[in-house]
Each structure stands twice: as C-alpha cells, then as structure tokens.
Design a protein around this ligand. Sequence first.
Ligand SMILES: [Zn+2]
Length: 342
Amino acid sequence: MRFSVVFFGIVLSLVVLFAAWSNLFREQRSLGDYERAALLLDRSPKREWCDLQTSQSRLRLARLIDHFRPRIQELFNAQSGADFPEFKMESVGPILLRLSPSRKAAQDYEISSWSWEDARDKYLKTQRNPLAKDIGEQWRAIDTAVRYLLEQDLRRLVFSRPQLEPEKTLHLFQPKGAVIRSKQNEWQVKLSAGDFAGSEKKIEEIFRRQWWSHGRKVQILWVGPGDTASYKLVANRRSARSFVDHKTREMVIAHLAWTRTVSHELGHILGFDDHYYSVWNSENCYYQQKARLGDLMSHSETGEITEEHWQLLEKAYSLDESQTSKDFRYVYGKPVQKAQEK
Ligand SMILES: [Zn+2]
C-alpha cells in the first residue's frame, strides 16, 4: 500500500515536471517571427545610436504584428477591387491583379523614407481613431513598414550586407536550370500552373507585355508539377507580398499585385536580382529606398525590360547549354561585358 502511494507520488511529480517543462518549451517556441528578429537585433554588437533609440518601439511593433497577424492576413484576404477604385483590374486565376498604368519609361528614381519612428506614428494613428474608414488600409501599411524595417535592420546589423547607392551596388545574376536559350533571340522558361491552372493563356499574355521587346522574347513552357526544374505558380491572399522562392521553386503572386509584378517575378526565375537600393542614414535613423522607375527589376509599377536586361540574359545563357554561364556580378547601368568566347 505504502509503496503504491510513493510510486503514485513519483509518477505525479514526473507528470507535473514534464508539464512545466513542456509549457516552458512552448513559451519559448511561441515567440513570433518578428519578435524573434527584434530580439536578435537587440543583441547585435553592431547596434548604433539609432538602434538604441528605437529598440523599444521596434520590439513593441514586432510583437504587435505577430499578435495580430491572423487578423492582418484576413484584412489582405478581404481586399477587393473596390479598395482601389482608381485602377483597372484583371482577374487572373484565383486573384485580381491591378493593371499597371502605361507610363513612359523614366530614367530617374522614386525615393521613399522608412523609419521606426514613422511606423510607430502610423500605429498611434490607428489608436486615436480605431473606427476610421481606412483602418484596414492603415494596418496593412503598418505591416508593410514593420516587415521592410526588420528586413533592412537584419541586413545591416546581422548579415552585414552592404547597403549602397545604385551605381555602387553589385548585383548577382544566377542562371537557373528552368531556363534555356532556345533560339538566338528566344529563351524558354519551364513553369507549372499550380493555383493558376486554366489561366495559362492569360499569364502568358501578361508576361508578353514586358518580355517580348527589343527584338527578343521569353516563352513559357508549361509542364506538369512533376518536372523538377520548373517553378510552380502560387496565389497569395494573406499578404501583399509577391516573391520567388528558389528553394521550393515557387513563384508566389499576391492578390491585387500589379500585373507587372508577375513579370518582375519571372525576372527572378530568369536569374535577375532585385534592383532595390536602401541606403541607411545613421545620423537621422531612417532608410532611404530608391527605385529606378524605368527598370522592371527595380520598380514593379512602372518598370520596363530594357536593352540592358536582354544583354545580361545573352551573357548568362548560351545556345549551347554546356556553355551557360555561372553566377556573375553586375552593376545595373554599366555596359554589360560579353560572355567570353571559348
Ligand atoms: Zn523581386
């Protein structure tokens, strides 16, 4: 009898201990992605004066977005064409795309500034008037700002990636196995339609507006999902983010993205880098983001495919597949050096 009481006691305390331990474990795991990033930034030995100033609001905003993420995702999902009455929409598969306005390609830059102070002000505004008509739009803007700022802070403080002016930025071109040069003036990209099955013709038409120019063209070769070199199209209704994931080989297209965004993402599958330039101002604690208006890899709203993009593609892919180049660096705006003849 006594033995069973002791035994029961031991088992009970083990159970309690395990419960406490697993709770502790869960507590640790329940840190959101943004909060984790903010804590990582707070530990960086490279922190500057600005980072000490903004550390508190960075952590608070990161936690806030983690906490409200399901609701913010719902806000993105609930967006409709009516939220953008000034733009024409095109329905493509499960999402709507905003028709990029046709503007003359410009050589200059669009410049925007981003700071934690500004992000905090955006949040405070939602608290002053929580019933504002555009409250959903305000929250989406906070989400966008917090993501951008965390990404840039991580670049600067954790990954030590240089943030330079456009003319000093070395981009990396990475030729991909999903691409072949099928003719002198033609490239072929293997895609599988995924969420956009049935809309292949529409997607091709959107690509054609940018990727048939300067006497050259990119064609799409639609393949089944089993083709291991191909990229699969995925629709995103949970954020405003469109991107290419080279690990999972997915081209993710956000609901209400620009039509040109889809062509920008094809640029990544062809091997281009983002031509984004965020320069840190350490005196006044903000990032200045520059986007080249006439360059599709820099500006998805107004950008175009230029002669320079085509020259980079010619350098990267040879008609003789065995001569397709390795990764190489380039500065956009400087003459492209031809691939060396063998
Ligand atoms: Zn991009």
